[in-house]
Write a protein that binds this ligand. Structure first.
Ligand code: NAI
Length: 352
């Protein structure tokens, strides 16, 4: 039996993780879910949204399944002190969100986020099938910030050759092992010649080791335009952290809804699987959240656990259920509910 750390999250998190667990159980995979304390309620009770023992247990499990967590601008940084050194032997670090803390403490180096159209799902853009591979340990996103006096705020954008090499190598290996033809490095190196320049130069060096895979460079603004104008030109796209955060929401929404996008965050010590979106406070508790993002996060987790048959069965059932407009939740233009779409997915697995 697999042991998985479970963090249901805030807002719609508990609703969609419960749905995803029902689907995973219906696929016949035995998982011992270890539910961890985290989130807004924990912050009220414990003074932190992510107690040290939750991080420790997550690392011990080696695999986590999480919903989205709320993050407010006023929130204090999360400062774990459960070990003497930071992940990988560096200094202890502090984090701007529960999600970032879990990814970084697990030695996170790459997130994989696939955005694609589904048959039967209306979408602003058709023809999307892009895999975004996002560096997750550095860049401006991890918030090395300080103020200088009352009126100036500074954030450091740090890019290292080591982290860039690791994620670019991961992207080419992903392309090779998944039959993908092209890797695009998304960047703004025309302006950020040192930081993004380092990322691009590293990508070029890795690309030379993969002559069978086409390699191209595109600026991030032009890449966003391409998602709308010619999405078929993007295949696997590798990029620094901040651009990955933005482009994965763009691609998911363009392909139909944020409620369809899932994310796998791979780390040297632990890996965690989640939806790409946030807590959707506008629809929390209404029973109408789209559970597909969380369910597809579960599919990515099952592949990581080598439960390939169950992963394939769930993915196929999701596709089949989405073909029927009657199952669609409001984000897809329908009147369906979380429970109805979840039931439709489970029914299709039972019929297969
Ligand atoms: P959001 O992604 O929660 O919502 C944006 C819009 O998409 C909303 O209209 C929402 O209803 C809709 N939406 C998102 N997921 C959906 C689903 N599964 N089904 C149907 N509709 C869905 O973004 P927002 O409002 O900017 O963020 C809310 C909170 O989530 C914030 O506190 C933010 O910091 C946090 N957040 C957490 C993330 C994480 O834990 N990984 C990632 C992104 C945001």
């Amino acid at each position: 039996m697999h042991k998985v750390a479970l963090l249901p999250g805030d807002g719609i998190g508990p609703e969609i993780t419960a749905a995803a667990i029902r689907v995973i159980e219906a696929a016949g995979v035995a998982i011992n879910w270890i539910e961890l304390e985290a989130g807004q309620e924990t912050r009220k009770q414990r003074g932190t949204p992510l107690p040290d023992e939750s991080i420790k247990t997550y690392i011990e499990c080696g695999v986590g399944f999480k919903g989205p967590f709320a993050v407010e601008m006023e929130d204090a940084m999360i400062a774990p002190r459960w070990r003497k050194e930071g992940p990988g032997g560096g200094p202890l670090r502090s984090y701007n969100s529960v999600s970032n803390a879990l990814k970084m403490e697990g030695g996170g180096y790459a997130a994989v986020r696939r955005a694609r159209n589904f048959d039967g799902v209306p979408a602003p853009i058709q023809g999307i099938d892009v895999v975004i591979i996002r560096e997750i340990s550095e860049d401006i996103y991890i918030a090395h910030e300080y103020t200088s006096g009352d009126d100036t705020a500074v954030a450091l954008k740090v890019i290292t050759r080591k982290a860039s090499d690791k994620v670019c190598r991961f992207a080419f290996e992903f392309a090779r092992t998944h039959g993908r033809k092209k890797v695009t490095v998304v960047n703004k190196a025309n302006v950020l010649k040192q930081t993004d320049g380092m990322f691009v130069r590293t990508a070029r060096a890795v690309a030379r080791e993969y002559p069978q895979i086409e390699f191209e460079e595109r600026f991030v603004d032009a890449s966003c335009a391409l998602v709308v104008s010619k999405p078929g030109l993007l295949d696997v796209a590798v990029m620094p952290n901040q651009y990955g955060d933005i482009m994965s929401d763009l691609c998911s929404a363009a392909a139909g809804s944020l409620g369809l996008g899932a994310s796998a965050n791979y780390g040297t010590e632990a890996s965690i699987f989640e939806p790409v979106h946030g807590t959707a406070p506008d629809i929390a508790g209404m029973g109408i959240a789209n559970p597909v993002s969380q369910i597809l996060g579960g599919v990515l987790m099952l592949r990581h656990l080598n439960e390939l048959k169950a992963a394939d069965a769930i993915e196929q059932a999701v596709k089949d259920a989405l073909r029927v407009p009657d199952n669609h939740t409001p984000d897809l233009g329908g009147n369906g509910t979380t429970a109805k779409l979840t039931r439709a997915i489970i029914d299709r697995m039972a019929r297969a």
